[in-house]
Design a protein around this ligand. Structure first.
Ligand SMILES: NC(=O)c1ccc[n+]([C@@H]2O[C@H](COP(=O)([O-])OP(=O)(O)OC[C@H]3O[C@@H](n4cnc5c(N)ncnc54)[C@H](OP(=O)(O)O)[C@@H]3O)[C@@H](O)[C@H]2O)c1
Length: 231
């Protein structure tokens, strides 16, 4: 699919929490790839300021608005806020998500031991998001294992894979295309229940970063056929 086709198919992407590290990096990459992006923030003025900064860097038009207005204006919404703020932020945008794809990037880290895997008894945290929103919203889990700093760089390709989990195949395919537009490789990693592994991996990558003095440890899936795509 060409970038023009992708831009037409996806429409407007709202990055809720797009003023932050991960959200602004994704927004930059997508804007640079010709996709239409609106930055969401609790503060519309802060969103507009960050949107102008990203737009200048990406040489593209990027807009900014309050989280709810950004979600309302979008065809696809990305949630990128600290986990402790996930539910409150979700409540503030939930009414604008019907019929849309929601990509959840949040990781259920439990400070201060963010380098320790702390699985939730209820399964992957993202499942609570799908349960809260119901079948009318196609929830996808992705981007938990990408260091935000990598996205701020100018290189076209980033040597990291993105595990994409969803109970909706087409929504997962859309997210894989978005990962690729950002210069990453998206991997179809199965149903939303499997997102528990991507959520847990973040703590392992944080630990690896600390032990090896790295900043952006990531993962690569090996053994895939050259140029192959998911069945
Ligand atoms: N950083 C990474 O490398 C990375 C990588 C993979 C996954 N993640 C996950 O992605 C999510 C976002 O990470 P991040 O590093 O981008 O987070 P962040 O920069 O700390 O925060 C993102 C945005 O969330 C909003 N926010 C902050 N505190 C809030 C509060 N108390 N209530 C409501 N909104 C608040 C802020 O936007 P406004 O103040 O403008 O509203 C902020 O710019 C997290 O769940 C994280 O675990 C991060």
């Amino acid at each position: 699919m060409t970038q023009q086709d992708l831009a037409r198919d996806i429409g407007t992407i709202a990055v809720v929490g797009g003023t932050g590290a991960l959200g602004s990096g994704l927004a930059f990459r997508w804007a640079r790839a010709g996709l239409k992006v609106v930055i969401g923030s609790r503060d519309a003025a802060r969103a507009a300021e960050k949107a102008a900064e990203i737009g200048e860097k990406a040489n593209a038009a990027v807009s900014g608005d309050a989280n709810a207005a950004a979600a309302a204006a979008a065809d696809l919404v990305v949630l990128s806020v600290p986990f402790a703020q996930r539910d409150a932020t979700l409540e503030s945008i939930a009414q604008h998500l019907a019929g849309k794809i929601l990509i959840d990037c949040t990781v259920p880290l439990v400070p201060p031991k963010v380098g320790r895997v702390q699985l939730q008894q209820a399964g992957p945290a993202v499942m609570q998001v799908q349960d809260r929103l119901g079948e009318n919203v196609q929830v996808v889990s992705a981007f938990q294992n990408i260091g935000a700093g990598l996205l701020q760089g100018e290189s076209d390709e980033i040597a990291c894979d993105v595990l994409v989990c969803s109970d909706y195949k087409e929504a997962a395919e859309t997210c894989i295309a978005l990962a690729e537009a950002a210069g990453l490789r998206g991997i179809a990693a199965g149903p939303l229940a499997n997102a528990v592994c991507a959520e847990a991996l973040t703590s392992i990558l944080i630990t690896i970063n600390r032990k090896y003095g790295a900043n952006h440890a990531g993962i690569r899936i090996t053994g895939l056929p050259e140029g192959g795509s998911a069945a």
